[in-house]
Design a protein. Structure first.
Length: 255
């Protein structure tokens, strides 16, 4: 039985990290004691200085990486009990510029995961059309284009549509708007708020911009030295920082 088939995405934590340790070769591990829970329907943002383990933590959630120690539970099961390939088909993943297949059309890119899951063509096309329209990309205009014919903001919209296409319980976003110009970035942030309200997916987003984190997320986790120094709402982080590092990090952004 697929582990997500009976998973109630709103009744239990979607993603749980407990005391994670992850390193690459000699030297200090990238993650060391990393602990965090993401609940159903919740958006959590990971922020912190470069090299603090944000992207590494994200990749543990779809088994692009496996932890050296500690426990990761995805959809209520230990990560190791998930087939990695099958898991990635059920976890949405968005990166900068969308990570689109350059020789596929927009429609083919959006339909990628539903096709792998065996959806019939009419269902795939209907879903792709629905999501493109929701992203402000009229299917009759954009479905047949290739990524090279799109702007950066349009490619990012297609990347988000592709991540949502199969209705995943969990969506991972790695600096998804970081490469966009300020106008396109603000537009995508507004659209994020709209589409997340329409889906029950939990979202874990990595961003270097604390203002963006506060805008998009229900809770923000501040990382440093491979672990979470504090996780909370904007009010909790600004009014009651857990330590000097969190206080300084938040104040640098004028939050």
């Amino acid at each position: 039985m697929k582990p997500w088939a009976e998973f109630n995405r709103l009744a239990a934590p979607v993603l749980e990290y407990a005391g994670i340790r992850k390193g690459f070769g000699a030297g200090r591990p990238v993650l060391d004691g990393f602990t965090l829970t993401v609940s159903g329907g919740e958006t959590v943002a990971l922020v912190g200085p470069s090299g603090c383990g944000k992207t590494t933590a994200l990749k543990l959630a779809n088994r692009l990486l496996d932890a050296d120690a500690g426990g990761v539970r995805i959809f209520g099961l230990p990560a190791a009990e998930h087939d990695a390939i099958a898991l990635r088909r059920r976890v949405g993943y968005v990166i900068q510029e969308g990570g689109l297949f350059p020789h596929w059309t927009v429609r083919e890119n959006v339909e990628a995961v539903p096709r792998l899951l065996g959806w019939p063509e009419d269902r795939r096309r209907a879903r792709a059309g629905e999501l493109l329209a929701m992203m402000g990309l009229a299917p009759e205009t954009f479905a047949g284009r290739r990524p090279a014919a799109l702007s950066g903001g349009q490619r990012q919209r297609v990347g988000v549509a592709r991540a949502l296409a199969a209705g995943p319980p969990l969506v991972l976003m790695d600096e998804p708007f970081g490469a966009l110009d300020p106008i396109a970035r603000r537009a995508m942030q507004k659209e994020f708020v709209v589409w997340r309200a329409r889906f029950e997916a939990a979202v874990l987003i990595v961003t270097h911009d604390l203002r963006e984190a506060f805008l998009l997320a229900d809770r923000v986790a501040v990382l440093e030295g491979g672990r979470v120094r504090q996780v909370g709402t904007r009010e909790e982080l600004t009014r009651a920082p857990a330590d000097a590092f969190v206080r300084e990090f938040v104040s640098e952004f004028g939050a």
